[in-house]
Ligand binder design. Sequence first.
Ligand SMILES: *[C@@H]1O[C@H](CO)[C@@H](O)[C@H](O)[C@H]1NC(C)=O
Ligand SMILES: *[C@@H]1O[C@H](CO)[C@@H](O)[C@H](O)[C@H]1NC(C)=O
Ligand SMILES: *[C@@H]1O[C@H](CO)[C@@H](O)[C@H](O)[C@H]1NC(C)=O
Length: 259
Amino acid sequence: MSLLYKIIFLLFLCTSSCAAFEDPLGEFCNKDTNISSGSKLSSNIDKLLSQLVLKTPSTGFVATTYGKYKQDQVFGLAQCRGDVSTQDCFNCIQDAAKQIRDRCPDQADARIWYDYCFLRYNSKSFIGEVDTSFGIFYFNVENVTDPKGFNKELGTLMDQIRAQAVMPKDEGLGKGNSKLSPFVTLYALVQCTRDLSELSCAQCLAIAVNNFSTFCNNRKGCRVLYSSCYVRYELYPFYFPLDSKNKGDSKTLRAIVYP
Ligand SMILES: *[C@@H]1O[C@H](CO)[C@@H](O)[C@H](O)[C@H]1NC(C)=O
Ligand SMILES: *[C@@H]1O[C@H](CO)[C@@H](O)[C@H](O)[C@H]1NC(C)=O
Ligand SMILES: *[C@@H]1O[C@H](CO)[C@@H](O)[C@H](O)[C@H]1NC(C)=O
């Protein structure tokens, strides 16, 4: 499959505190969906966003629509990472709702990614569909010293938590760790948006993991952010409840991949 990718690499420092209350990990404003700011659709987006802010924290997930008539109806989805607290979820969704309007003021299709949450809306329905058309990859600049052994352990852990994520009771979330040596532990988390079926969730996670070889190849840590799923692994604890060991500060690179 040969697709043309426009890849932008940005170098920046991301410390352990870069998750909530701050700039998003990325956003996508679909420039083919421009709308005028005074329109009914635009005001419906504002109303949808206030509903998402209100309703998401209690359950961690909302997929809904706003608007009486088809021509100005908008579909929205907001989800927090399954391991974060209600308070962190609330803060994240609130930031996301504000930032998405600041960053994509004139688009009917917009998405925004944080570590603790994801939010998107579109005038076309996307609920239940796997979407990996736009991807953001974050990867550690450092490489592991024993790629062969590491990839074997990573593969095993990924299989394990992907199997968790598609269990109905786990609501799209899988997480776990694996001791690589007495001093080194690998931590990983995967999550699908909760509107996906088990099959679609498995499909999204498989696409993410299959793309490890492109952006995450032998890296000490990596994140894949799609509109339908999130995959991350690190050699330090990053998901809740946090392991007692110190959180790692690591230098990461970002790649944004457009279809
Ligand atoms: C949408 O608007 C942006 C500016 O905000 C512009 O760059 C882009 O070309 C427009 N897209 C279309 C399809 O008109
Ligand atoms: C890690 O490996 C990649 C190639 O796979 C290389 O481009 C990069 O410079 C390496 N990073 C370090 C810190 O050595
Ligand atoms: C990832 O892999 C799938 C096939 O497994 C492919 O269709 C997709 O374009 C790849 N690239 C990105 C950046 O997601």
